[in-house]
Design a protein around this ligand. Structure first.
Ligand code: CA
Length: 624
């Protein structure tokens, strides 16, 4: 009898060779070489588990499970003879332990699989999610810090490190993130969103992580699954949440199943390579053509990214269980889900329900990269979609506001320009069920760096950051924005994803330290740090109401307030100092006699006449 343990640590070709020598002539060559998920737990709210068992001719066998509290409910055969899908029921009260699954041919066991059912780890059980009290720091692991140069090149990986290639792998890793958790804390971040860490064994452009070749394995050039788990645990000890980047729309073309798909419809297939039209709005467009829709959701994202068909129940289960496996095995706090409108939306809703069923306080932020609030709002759970669709999605990125922020501070103030860009977008919040659950950003890994967008003008930087940290929603900072990193997308993605200076041994400057930053970098860093530190304990910013006034004379004024306190924000977007007459804001200022300017800690004695310096923000905590 041959045994196989599904534990990921034992996926080693030599080891498998040893394990799977055939035991009978008729069964020669039948083997198990992979099972997903690699292990599971007892005591989950959902009692179903579907195992994908992969191995040469495994479908010729009949699996048998003999373990108290575990029932093999059904076995699914598919087109490929090398897969079996096992539907298990884990009954309440089933004990953790190792299940033996025997694969029989006739009455003879050909191969056995040892499958581990773990005890859920209570210490990982908070899964508290994120909200508007958080500031999220987004980083790209290959480009943030190289904490372990020994993993830069790893055997078996198709792409090796080449720091001179802007589109190559640069060697950043989990250790590099772990080494700089204190930096993130010092800046005032409360959550970190890490671009995908899972294996991308593709020959080129593998550094960005979006062409995953194993949904169950951290890329060895970043570290191990255990390193990732430890990183999350270290982050939690410091009070930092971790948000995992996931992709359900596609996988890398080098996924292990590439030459042996379980079913013919595992991927969305086309007679010839067909790209998505990337026009996310098609999914909600009442006038859309069927062909446009099919191309949108069924077209491939890239030649290296195969489009998964989540309409296939087996694909759907595979993805759903995968996300739960990561939450349960690492204790992560949230998920950022890539390309949200691209997979089939009914599947996405089903997935969200499963996640929230298992982890009620959990958050997922969807990347619905759309230009208009009404399009984005469709994807945030609400009960007023025109077609009755319920996404169950808790959070979405505020792309419309990102576009507005990118324009506002470059423009002259006018009826619809300058801060009116911000005002107009915010005024459309009625379309969102929960505007406070929008994730706000000035830049991310897919677009021009913010400092480049604003012509490298630090005054505009401060205006934008003050806005980002005080308006409604959950702010997100892109790594390096705090030290004024520059880059334009049309120069290639490498330009907007440069290495963080000081993250590599021998770097000329270490911008993780004040000494290694230029004067301007320190000015930006310290400004953002003060803002974020102040924001961290300001309930009124996290949960308070927002009232804004039509921008006038180049100044946009709004208030964040609750029963106990009020914060007044003034954004002067002109090149001259402006004195604002408090009478206009009487309904918001009533009861307050003076204020404290947060960023310079000075007293504002006269609220009826407030002078805001040129091209500057002013944040005032009102006092009675
Ligand atoms: Ca490394």
């Amino acid at each position: 009898m041959r045994r196989f343990t599904g534990n990921i640590r034992f996926r080693n070709a030599l080891f498998l060779l040893f394990l799977f020598a055939a035991s009978a002539v008729s069964a020669k060559g039948i083997e198990v070489n992979r099972v997903d998920p690699p292990y599971w737990w007892t005591g989950m709210k959902n009692h179903h588990l579907q195992l994908m068992v992969h191995g040469n001719r495994i479908s010729e066998t009949s699996p048998v499970v003999n373990y108290p509290g575990i029932k093999l409910e059904s076995v699914v055969h598919v087109q490929s003879p090398n897969y079996l899908f096992l539907n298990l029921m884990i009954e309440t009260g089933a004990k953790p332990g190792t299940i033996t699954i025997d694969f029989l041919k006739g009455k003879k066991t050909v191969v056995s699989l040892l499958y581990e059912l773990k005890q859920r780890e209570a210490s990982l059980g908070s899964h508290k999610g994120f909200d508007a009290s958080d500031v999220v720091y987004l980083l790209m692991p290959d480009r943030f810090a190289n904490g372990d140069t020994t993993n830069d090149d790893m055997p078996g990986m198709l792409e090796q490190a080449d720091r001179s290639n802007p589109n190559g792998r640069h060697g950043g890793d989990i250790k590099g993130i772990e080494d700089h958790l204190d930096y993130l804390m010092n800046l005032g971040a409360t959550a970190v969103w890490i671009n995908p860490l899972l294996e991308n064994n593709q020959p080129a452009y593998s550094y960005h992580g979006y062409a995953m070749t194993d949904f169950y394995k951290v890329d060895p050039r970043f570290g191990t699954n255990n390193d990732y788990k430890n990183l999350i645990s270290r982050a939690h000890q410091k009070g930092l949440k971790v948000i995992q980047d996931m992709v359900f729309n596609h996988c890398g073309t080098n996924y292990f199943w590439k030459d042996d798909l379980p079913t013919n419809d595992w991927y969305n297939q086309w007679p010839e390579f067909t790209r998505s039209n990337y026009r996310g709005g098609v999914v909600t467009d009442p006038h859309a053509s069927i062909s446009d829709y099919k191309k949108m959701v069924g077209g491939w994202f890239d030649t290296s990214m195969a489009d998964l068909n989540q309409d296939n129940e087996l694909v759907a289960n595979y993805l759903i269980q995968n996300s739960i496996w990561w939450i349960e095995s690492t204790g992560l706090d949230g998920i950022r889900q890539d390309t949200y409108p691209y997979p089939y939306k009914d599947f996405m809703a089903k997935w969200m329900l499963r996640v929230l069923e298992e982890y009620p306080g959990f958050n997922v932020v969807g990347e619905a990269w759309l230009s208009y609030p009404v399009s984005v709002a469709y994807w945030m759970e609400n009960d007023r979609n025109f077609d009755g669709y319920h996404s169950h999605l808790t959070n979405v990125f505020d792309f419309p506001l990102m576009y507005a922020i990118s324009k506002a501070f470059n423009e002259q103030e006018g009826w619809s320009t300058g801060t009116a860009e911000l005002y107009e977008i915010i005024s459309q919040d009625f379309v969102y069920s929960h505007p406070e659950n929008l994730v706000l950003f000035a830049d991310n890994h897919d677009g021009d760096r913010f400092y480049s967008k604003i012509g490298e003008d630090i005054r505009k930087f401060k205006l934008a950051m003050a806005f980002l940290m005080t308006t409604r929603g959950i702010p997100q900072i892109y790594y390096g924005t705090e030290i004024l990193m520059t880059g334009l997308e049309h120069n290639g993605h490498g330009d907007i994803r440069k290495d963080f200076p000081g993250g590599w041994p021998g770097d000329a400057h270490n911008a993780f330290t004040p000494e290694g930053r230029t004067k301007a970098q320190n000015e930006a860093f310290n400004y953002l740090k003060s803002l974020m530190s102040w924001r961290k304990n300001k309930d009124v910013i996290h949960t308070g109401k927002l009232k804004h006034y039509i921008p006038q004379d180049g100044v946009y004024v709004y208030f964040r307030y609750n029963y106990n306190e009020s914060v007044m924000v003034l954004l002067n977007n002109t090149n001259e100092a402006k004195t604002v007459d408090g009478k206009r804001f009487k309904e918001s200022l009533s009861g307050y006699t003076q204020g404290r300017s947060v960023m310079d800690n000075t007293t504002v004695e006269n609220l009826s006449s407030i002078t805001v310096p040129a091209k500057s923000p002013m944040i005032i905590e009102l006092e009675k």
